[in-house]
Design a protein around this ligand. Structure first.
Ligand code: 5AD
Ligand code: SF4
Length: 440
C-alpha cells in the first residue's frame, strides 16, 4: 500500500485540517507512513502567523529535495496559510520546482482530484482560492489522530483585523457552520466514543453572527451541545475578550460537562497598545471580564496569549502587561515576540529594537513561570477528575491526561486507563506539570 506523510505547522485549526487531509488520502487508498519512513505523498500544512513558522516550513520543504531525487514519483503538496499570502503560491513553486501541488486554506478538498492527476501524468497545480467568503464544505471525511479528543470546527475565518495579524488575510471572513451541521457532527463524535470535544474557531464568540444575525449565538450553541447526553467534556477556543459575554459564563457554570477552562488572549496590558492593535477592549474591560469569570467559576483555568515588542511599546506599556499577568494569574500563557507580517497595518509602524523585545519576553516568561509554579502548588493534596489521554511521553508505566481546568497530570497507569475518567490525587508538581495517583 502507498504511504503518506503530513507535516503540520501552527495552531489546532491546522492540526484538525491535517485530519481532513488524512481523510482524503485514506479515501484515495494511501496509508499513514510511520515516522520518517519513505512516503509516496508528502503534504506540508503550513502556518504564517509569525516569521519563524514560515522559515521552519520553508526549511523543511527545501530538505525534501534529496528525498524527491531518490524517489521522483513522490508527490509533494504545500497547503495552508502560507500559500494564501500575496504571490506566495507562485513564489513557492519557483523556489521549489519539485513541489507538485500548491493549495490554499479553503480548497483542500481539491487534493482528492489533484493527487491522482499528478500520479497519472505528473501535472502540476497551483490553485489558491482568493474569495473572501468561500463556501463551507460540509462533505469532509476525517482521519482523526487526536485519540480521546476530537476537534470540531464551528466556524472559519476572522473579521477582526487586529493590526498585527495575518489570519483575516489568509483565512478570509467569518463563516459559521449551521447549528444543525455542528450538532450532527457533535452527536456523531459522542456516538463514536470521543470523550472530549473541542469546538474550534478564530473567535468562537462571534459564532452565528453571519448566518443568524444575532438570533442564535455561541452561548446558545454551547448550551444546546451541553444538553446532549453522555459522559464527555466540551472545550472551546479561541475567545475574543471584546465578545466574551456574561451569558456564556452562566452557561459554563450551569453545565458540568463544559470545562472550566477559558483561553482569553489579552495580547497586551497597555490601553495604548491595545488600541494600536485594534483589539476593541481596554485593560479595565478585560479585568472586569476576568472578575466575572472568577466570581461564577472560581476554579476556572484561564490561559492567554501575550505579545511583546509591538510597535510603539515602551517600558511602561510592557510593565502594564507584566502587571496584567500578576493580576490575572493565568494558569498558562503563550508568549510571543511581535513578528512583522507583510500587508498588515502594524508592518508600517515603527518597530521596537529586537534586543529590547528579547529582554521583555524573558522577563515576561520568568513572571509567568513563577505564577504557573505557584498555582501548581495549589493543586497538591487534592483530588481531581482527569480524562486520561495517552501514555506519558516522559515517564515509563505512566499515563497522562487533563483536569477539567486544563492542567496536565501524569500518574501510574496502563492502556486500560486511556479514554477513562480517573480520580487522581495530586501529590507533587513541577512547573506546569502535576503528578499523582489514582483513587477510588
Ligand atoms: N507576531 C507575533 N505574534 C502574533 N500572533 C498573531 N499574530 C502575531 C504576530 N504578527 C499571536 C497572537 C495570537 C496568537 C495565535 O498568535 O498572540 O493570539
Ligand atoms: Fe488574528 Fe485578531 Fe482574528 Fe485572532 S482575532 S485571528 S489575533 S485578527
Amino acid at each position: 500500500m502507498q504511504k503518506y506523510r503530513i507535516i503540520t505547522y501552527g495552531c489546532q485549526m491546522n492540526v484538525h485540517e491535517s485530519e481532513k487531509i488524512a481523510g482524503i488520502l485514506t479515501k484515495l487508498g494511501y496509508m499513514q507512513a510511520n515516522g520518517d519512513e519513505p512516503a509516496d505523498v508528502v503534504v506540508f500544512n503550513t502556518c504564517c502567523i509569525r516569521d519563524n513558522a514560515e522559515r521552519k516550513a520553508m526549511g523543511h520543504i527545501g530538505m525534501l529535495k534529496t528525498e524527491k531525487k531518490k524517489n521522483p514519483d513522490m508527490i509533494v503538496a504545500v497547503v495552508g496559510c502560507m500559500t494564501q499570502q500575496d504571490g506566495a503560491g507562485r513564489a513557492l513553486r519557483e523556489k521549489f520546482p519539485f513541489v507538485d501541488i500548491v493549495l490554499g486554506t479553503s480548497n483542500l478538498a481539491l487534493l482528492e482530484s489533484y493527487i491522482p492527476s499528478v500520479a497519472a501524468s505528473r501535472a502540476k497545480f497551483v490553485d489558491i482560492n482568493t474569495e473572501e467568503k468561500p463556501a463551507v464544505n460540509e462533505n469532509e471525511t476525517f482521519f482523526r489522530t487526536s485519540g480521546t479528543n476530537a476537534w470540531l470546527n464551528i466556524m472559519y475565518g476572522c473579521n477582526n483585523f487586529c493590526t498585527y495579524c495575518i489570519v483575516p488575510y489568509v483565512r478570509g471572513r467569518e463563516r459559521s457552520r449551521t447549528k444543525e451541521a455542528v450538532t450532527d457532527e457533535f452527536r456523531r463524535l459522542v456516538d463514536e466514543g470521543y470523550k472530549e470535544i473541542t469546538l474550534l474557531g478564530q473567535n468562537v464568540n462571534s459564532y452565528g453572527n453571519d448566518i443568524y444575525g444575532g438570533e442564535y449565538g455561541f452561548a446558545q450553541l454551547l448550551e444546546d451541545l451541553a444538553k446532549i447526553d453522555g459522559k464527555h467534556r466540551i472545550r472551546f477556543m479561541t475567545s475574543h475578550p471584546k465578545d466574551f459575554n456574561r451569558r456564556l459564563i452562566d452557561v459554563i457554570a450551569e453545565y458540568p460537562n463544559i470545562c472550566n477552562n477559558i483561553h482569553l488572549p489579552v495580547q497586551s496590558g497597555s490601553d495604548k497598545i491595545l488600541k494600536l492593535m485594534n483589539r476593541h477592549y481596554t485593560r479595565s474591560y478585560y479585568l472586569d471580564t476576568i472578575a466575572a469569570i472568577r466570581e461564577k467559576l472560581p476554579d476556572c483555568g484561564i490561559t492567554t496569549d501575550l505579545m511583546v515588542g509591538f510597535p510603539y511599546e515602551e517600558e511602561s506599556d510592557f510593565l502594564d502587561t507584566l502587571d496584567m499577568v500578576e493580576k490575572v494569574r493565568y494558569s498558562n500563557a503563550f508568549t510571543f515576540v511581535y513578528s512583522v507580517r507583510k500587508g498588515t497595518p502594524a508592518a508600517k509602524m515603527p518597530q521596537v529594537d529586537p534586543l529590547v523585545a528579547k529582554d521583555r519576553i524573558m522577563r515576561l516568561i520568568e513572571a509567568q513561570n513563577r505564577i504557573t509554579k505557584e498555582l501548581s502548588k495549589e493543586y497538591e493534596n487534592k483530588v481531581f477528575e482527569v480524562l486520561c489521554e495517552d501514555f506519558s511521553p516522559t515517564k515509563k508505566g505512566c499515563v497522562c491526561g487533563r483536569t477539567d481546568s486544563g492542567r496536565l497530570v501524569t500518574f501510574p497507569g496502563g492502556k486500560e486507563s486511556i479514554g477513562q475518567f480517573c480520580n487522581v490525587r495530586i501529590n507533587r508538581s513541577q512547573s506546569a506539570s502535576l503528578f499523582g495517583e489514582t483513587e477510588e
